[in-house]
Design a protein around this ligand. Structure first.
Ligand code: PLP
Length: 353
């Protein structure tokens, strides 16, 4: 506390990121990073940007990256002016909250979801109506047919991993033509179908994605949104009132290369999916209930062991997973899918159960 703080700062309840421990040899399954690493083409693209040009500002619009994203989604008719890029999708989401979701009416999002949403509500003074997930931890589209100033949810949802088919996403978008519906697709490439294919049908749909998970670039900080050009213009107005250069030269070069190397990306996603099935089976054999996941993590609870206890025991054995001490989910663990060896070590470490 300081008397020099603004009243807003005193009230903030900031997001608490998953731990990034410095200990060596730790098996880190707590923040949904991709174990397979970025494409070697990304690394060489970044290396070739390491030169005297760093004295120059980067392209404030990030044209090359927007072009790469538009051409990746060319089948859905996406054009460059329908793409917004930012410093991680967290920044993109922040601008979306301030520029599109801050309205007179409260916005809707699930009770169990990405915990940054309530934080942005606090930062930007956005009112919210929290909608409980069903008993089986699913989003029920019918619950999103009430008056609102906007809607936001991840698909697949985090931290449950549960995925909702595109027809259900479409039903939510269609039921809310007077407000913006944001689909946060941080994990969509691990087996889901992107709502980007619906963007040209609905002027109120924003799809947000990140390069942190499927493209294994959490350290580079690149995220993007795809929407109707007018919504994107709104986001550009916010961005240019905040930071004109959110993506540096290295990030832009690396991100473009990541979209160009499709083979690496597909192999990496398939590897995660394969390992996810293996981890799910292994956990089920040990008696865990595992929610169906289309993300690069699973959400699981054991009927006879406390979530916090299992997490603590795993930590003793050098494996960290995420435990949320929150209503409805305090018995669950969110376990990121690691390499084959890491996943085997996880299942072996749970032998004590
Ligand atoms: C990881 C994650 C993000 C943030 O991604 P960054 O691009 O790394 O900021 C956004 N939404 C959800 C649901 C996530 O899990």
């Amino acid at each position: 506390m300081s008397k020099y703080w603004s009243s807003l700062v005193s009230e903030l309840q900031p997001y608490v990121p998953g731990e990034q421990p410095k200990m060596a040899n730790l098996i880190k399954l707590n923040t949904n990073e991709n174990p397979f690493g970025p494409s070697p083409k990304v690394i060489s693209a970044i290396k070739s940007e390491l030169n005297d040009n760093l004295r120059l500002y980067p392209d404030p619009e990030g044209h090359a990256l927007k072009e790469a994203i538009a051409s990746y989604y060319i089948d859905f008719g996406i054009e460059e002016n329908q793409v917004f890029v930012g410093n991680g999708s967290d920044e993109v989401l922040a601008h979306i909250f301030q520029g599109l979701l801050k309205q007179d009416k409260p916005i809707l999002f699930p009770d169990i979801t990405y915990s940054f949403y309530p934080v942005y509500c606090g930062l930007y003074k956005v009112e919210s109506n929290i909608i409980p997930l069903t008993e089986s931890f699913e989003i029920n589209p019918d619950d999103y047919k009430r008056d609102n100033g906007g809607v936001i949810f991840p698909n697949p949802n985090a931290p449950t991993g549960r995925y909702m088919g595109l027809q259900h996403v479409q039903a939510i978008v269609e039921a809310n033509l007077d407000s913006v519906v944001v689909v946060d697709e941080a994990y969509i490439d691990f087996g889901g179908e992107t709502a980007i294919r619906l963007v040209n049908q609905y002027p109120n749909l924003v799809v947000c994605q990140t390069l942190s998970k499927a493209r294994s670039l959490a350290g580079l900080r690149v995220g993007f949104a795809v929407a109707n050009a007018e919504l994107i213009e709104g986001l550009n107005r916010v961005k240019d009132s905040f930071n004109s250069y959110p993506l540096d030269r290295l990030a832009l070069a690396g991100a473009v290369a990541a979209f160009e190397d499709r083979q690496w990306f597909e192999d990496s996603c398939n590897g995660v999916i394969r390992e996810r099935e293996k981890v799910t089976k292994g956990l089920e054999k040990l008696g865990f209930e595992v929610l169906p996941s289309k993300a690069n993590f699973v959400f699981a609870r054991h009927p006879e062991h406390k979530g916090a206890d299992v997490a603590a025991e795993l930590r003793e054995q050098g494996i960290i997973v995420r435990h949320f001490n929150k209503p409805r989910i305090s018995e669950f663990l969110r376990i990121t899918i690691g390499t084959s060896d890491q996943n085997n070590a996880l299942i072996k470490a749970l032998d004590f159960l």
